[in-house]
Write a protein that binds this ligand. Sequence first.
Ligand code: AMP
Length: 180
Amino acid sequence: MSYDECYVKSVIRTIPDWPEPGVQFRDITPIFKDPKALRMVSDAFIQRYIDSDITHIASIDARGFLISSIMAYHLNLPLVLVRKKGKLPGETIHQEYALEYGSASVEMQLDAVGPGDRVLVFDDLIATGGTILAACTLVKKLGASVSEAAALIDLPDLQGSTLIQDSGVPVHTLMAFEGL
Ligand code: AMP
């Protein structure tokens, strides 16, 4: 593990049994209170994509926005939003996906991306992979292709990143936490 990965991992706070019993919530808010950690995380993603041919970052509601907007600025790329249903004005498409109990839905504006665009789908964390897969479906429905899915944190025990990779989308994460 690199010094940066070790440092950022030590800053992330684990809240047991939140928002429900059995979940270890990986709270990234301390990263935003720690300029060194925020710089390390932002720089890691910026360096990865500085020479890539991605044309857009599609960022997922809501913690993903905080880092992807820094990336978009430094990479000089357009940032488009994947939001929870009902938050985006104008013409939109939505995609439902299953949660452990019930379902959720994400939405994009119709003109967010289109044919020929090569999109990086970005979120803070991959658990079951359902959110990122739904976002990838929306990007593809709009005619664009997904170059990669990226997140700060992978929870490999939930196998979401494997599921995303099996769908044909490469996955890049900065660190993994064992357990749920
Ligand atoms: P999933 O669709 O199961 O991959 O869940 C990913 C989304 O849920 C991300 O937007 C995360 O912010 C949130 N999430 C799921 N599990 C956790 C967790 N253990 N800690 C923090 N956020 C989580």
